[in-house]
Design a protein around this ligand. Structure first.
Ligand SMILES: NC(=O)c1ccc[n+]([C@@H]2O[C@H](COP(=O)([O-])OP(=O)(O)OC[C@H]3O[C@@H](n4cnc5c(N)ncnc54)[C@H](OP(=O)(O)O)[C@@H]3O)[C@@H](O)[C@H]2O)c1
Length: 447
C-alpha cells in the first residue's frame, strides 16, 4: 500500500463503477463474488469495485442476484455512454451485438473485461487495435479455461520463455462424455447424461465437434507464439464419431482418449489442431476426468508446467473475471494504461495437418480371410507409413477388426494409405482415426 493510502479506510477511497453487459450465469457470479468478498477485493484492488448497471434482454426475468443492488437496463447506451462507468464487463456472449458494444465501450475510453472466446478467436486483432488506440485495457482471462489462470501466466510469468508447445483438455463437456464412454457408455448415452446434468448445451455441436476447443487454442496459440491464430486456422476433429470400443482398445494399449487442443511450432510454422488423442496413462493429462480441464505449456526455460481446474461454471469463471477487474483497478490506481496489449508481434505460417507428423491409431473392420492383413500393411508401407503395432481384435459379424498404431508419419501419407484402403472391397469400415501423443516416449519407456 502507498504511504498516502495509509490510514484511509476502503470506503474513503475512490470507487470504480462497472457496467455489466449480461447478467446470466457468469454475470450473476461476478456480482455475487464482488458482494461476498467486497472488503478483501477492495483491499487487493486498492479501490471499491461496484456494479452500477447491467444490460439484459428481459428485465422481468428472475435473477440469481439481488437486483436492488444493480440497476437493470435493456438499453446498451445506458452503460456505454455513462461517463461514470469506467469498466465494462462483457458476459453476454456470441458475436453480435457483443462485438459492437465492446468496440463502442473501448472508443468511449472504457476498459473492457470479457469472457467471450468466440469474439477473441475471430476478432482479436481489431479488438486489441481499438483498445490500443483508445489507450485502455482489454482483459480476457475467463475466455480460456474458465477459472484456470492461463492467459496471464502465458503473457506475464512465462513471457521470458520461447514456448514450444501448448496443449491440453480445454472443453469440459467432451471430457465428461469421454470419461463416461471409457466406463462403457455409448456416445449418445454419455451426451444425454451430460445434458441432464447441465454439462452440455441442448445443441452440443460446438462442443462435440471441437469448435469451442478450437477457439480456445486459437487464443492460446496467438499468445504463446506471438502470431495471430484465428478459429479458422485450427484443424478440427471432434468426438462425435468415436465408439466405446475405440476407448477400450486404447486402454488395452495403455492409453486414455482425450480431446486435445494443441499448438506447437514445427520448423518455424504453427501446427494448431483439435483432435481426439490417445494419451499415455502415465501422462498427467490422462487423469484429468469429468468436466475438469488442464493445460500444459512447454517453455525452453521452464520445462513443462501444467494448469488444472474447473474450466467453466459460474463461480470459477467469475473468479477469472474478478481477477481481471482487480488488475484493471491496479492499472487505474497506478495510472498505467494499455498494459495488457496485443502480444502478436509477428506472423507465422501454418503447418497444415497434411504436412505435420503424428502417430495415428485407426480401427478397421475387414473381411476375415488370408492376405487381408498383408494388403493393409502394404497400403501403409507404400504410403511411407511405418507401423508400430498391428493387432487383430475381435471377430465381427462380417469378419474381423484390426487396430493399427503407426509410427510418426506425415498426415498426407496417412491419408494416402487410408484412401487406398477405402478402395479395397475387403475393408468394410475405417473408424475415426485418433492421434497418439507421445508414442515414441511410451515405446522407449516400455522397452
Ligand atoms: N457459463 C460458463 O461456465 C462460462 C465459462 C467461460 C466463459 N463463458 C463465457 O461467458 C459469456 C457469458 O456466458 P453465460 O453462461 O453467463 O451466458 P448466459 O447465462 O446465457 O447469460 C447471457 C446474459 O447476456 C444477456 N444478453 C444476451 N444477449 C443479449 C442482448 N442481445 N442484449 C442484451 N442482453 C443480452 C442475457 O440477458 P437475459 O438474462 O435477459 O436473457 C443474459 O443475462 C459467454 O461468452 C461464454 O462463452 C461462460
Amino acid at each position: 500500500m502507498d504511504k498516502a493510502d495509509k490510514g484511509l479506510t476502503v470506503e474513503a477511497k475512490k470507487c470504480i463503477n462497472i457496467g455489466l453487459l449480461g447478467l446470466g450465469t457468469v454475470g450473476s457470479g461476478v456480482v455475487q463474488l464482488l458482494t461476498a468478498n467486497q472488503d478483501h477485493i477492495a483491499q487487493r484492488a486498492g479501490l471499491n469495485l461496484k456494479v452500477k448497471k447491467a444490460l439484459v434482454r428481459d428485465i422481468n426475468r428472475a435473477r440469481q442476484v439481488d437486483t436492488s443492488l444493480v440497476s437493470l437496463t435493456t438499453e446498451p447506451n445506458d452503460i456505454l455512454a455513462d461517463p461514470d462507468i469506467q469498466v465494462v464487463v462483457e458476459v453476454m456472449g456470441g458475436q453480435e451485438p457483443a462485438l459492437s458494444y465492446i468496440m463502442e465501450a473501448l472508443s468511449q475510453g472504457k476498459h473492457v473485461v470479457t469472457a467471450n472466446k468466440d469474439l477473441l478467436a475471430t476478432h482479436g486483432k481489431e479488438l486489441f487495435a481499438a483498445a490500443k488506440e483508445a489507450g485502455v485495457d482489454l482483459y480476457f482471462e475467463a475466455s480460456v479455461g474458465g477459472g484456470i489462470p492461463i492467459i496471464r501466466p502465458l503473457k506475464d510469468c512465462l513471457a521470458g520463455n520461447n514456448i514450444k508447445k501448448v496443449y491440453g483438455i480445454v472443453n469440459g463437456t467432451t471430457n465428461y462424455i469421454l470419461t463416461k464412454m471409457e466406463q462403457g457408455d455409448t456416445y449418445e448415452a454419455a451426451l444425454k447424461e451430460a445434458q441432464a446434468k447441465g454439462f452440455a448445451e441442448a445443441d452440443p455441436s460446438s462442443d462435440v465437434m471441437g469448435l469451442d476447443a478450437a477457439r480456445k487454442i486459437a487464443i492460446l496459440a496467438s499468445i504463446s507464439f506471438g502470431a495471430r491464430v484465428i478459429e479458422d486456422d485450427v484443424s478440427c476433429v471432434g468426438i462425435q464419431d468415436l465408439e466405446p470400443l475405440d476407448l477400450a482398445y486404447a486402454k488395452e494399449l495403455g492409453y486414455k482418449v482425450k480431446l486435445l487442443a494443441l499448438a506447437q511450432e514445427v520448423n518455424g510454422a504453427l501446427e494448431v489442431r483439435v483432435h481426439p488423442c490417445l494419451v499415455p496413462e502415465q501422462h498427467p493429462l490422462a487423469s484429468v476426468d469429468g468436466v475438469l480441464n488442464a493445460i500444459a505449456v512447454q517453455g525452453d526455460a521452464v520445462g513443462e508446467v501444467m494448469f488444472y481446474g474447473q474450466g467453466a461454471g459460474q463461480m470459477p469463471t467469475a473468479s477469472a473475471v474478478v481477477g481481471d477487474l482487480i488488475e484493471v483497478a491496479h492499472n487505474i490506481v497506478s495510472g498505467v494504461k494499455g498494459r495488457n496489449g496485443c502480444t502478436c508481434f509477428t506472423t507465422k505460417p501454418l503447418c497444415p495437418p497434411a504436412k505435420a507428423e503424428a502417430s495415428y491409431f485407426v480401427r478397421l473392420e475387414v473381411q476375415d480371410k488370408p492376405g487381408v492383413m498383408a494388403k493393409v500393411a502394404t497400403a501403409f508401407g507404400n504410403a511411407g507409413v511405418s507401423l508400430w503395432s498391428v493387432i487383430q481384435k475381435r471377430q465381427t459379424e462380417q469378419g474381423a477388426e484390426i487396430v493399427i498404431v503407426t509410427h510418426p508419419a506425415l498426415g498426407q501419407s496417412f491419408e494416402q494409405a487410408l484412401s487406398v484402403l477405402q478402395s479395397y472391397p475387403e475393408i468394410f469400415n475405417i473408424h475415426q482415426p485418433m492421434i497418439v501423443e507421445g508414442v515414441e516416449a511410451y515405446v522407449a519407456g516400455v522397452n
